[in-house]
Design a protein around this ligand. Sequence first.
Ligand SMILES: N[C@@H](CCC(=O)N[C@@H](CS)C(=O)NCC(=O)O)C(=O)O
Length: 216
Amino acid sequence: MAPTLYSCELSPPVRSVLLTAKAIGLDLNIVNVDLGKKEQMTPEFLKMNPQHTVPTLKDENDFIIWDSHAIMQYMIEKYSNDNKFYPEDPEMRAIIHQRMHFDTMSAVTRSDAINPLFHAGAKKIPENLIEAIRGHYAFLEKILQKSEWIAGDSVTIADFSLIPSIKTADIVVPVDGNIYPKLINWMKKAEDWPFYSANKPGHDCLRQLILERLEN
Ligand SMILES: N[C@@H](CCC(=O)N[C@@H](CS)C(=O)NCC(=O)O)C(=O)O
């Protein structure tokens, strides 16, 4: 039976999981959780995931795991025929994990920038958060000067993790191709993945919602 993904397409970490599933050809049973209606706070959901976050995955024998990074690793280890997107070499894995921890850390800044647009009537991104997000771009630019993809010269789950995140950050703090040419090239190349459609609708919808709230 296909694993169940508690999902909300607007969420960048959900889309990281959707990219991974599509890349390895894994079917998921999708259950939509409407965060606007606080459906992640129902007693049933909290029993499953007391951290009340999407993505959350439920697999056979009621095995439950949340956090996009943990889910991506689990799906590949359990369901992929090869480890193309998550090579077994310990050094490669260490690099992939480092990039994914960076994603978790930088997501906090992105949420601090975007959530007030939805929940506090904010119309602008504070200057200090714009600077912090540019700092993340500068770090990734350095990484991408040395390798074609985020964790080396092939696409890995570190790219699946960071593409939805950085493309979301780009909505509120546009990536300047003159300053970050490698970063913008990486974002464009990802759009050519045959499974990129797993990111596009949710990204486009979130983009629209953010732009409606941002002051010109
Ligand atoms: N580090 C987590 C972050 C998950 C997360 O914060 N998800 C947000 C949506 S983007 C959420 O579920 N928010 C609802 C809540 O916290 O109540 C991951 O990568 O899965």
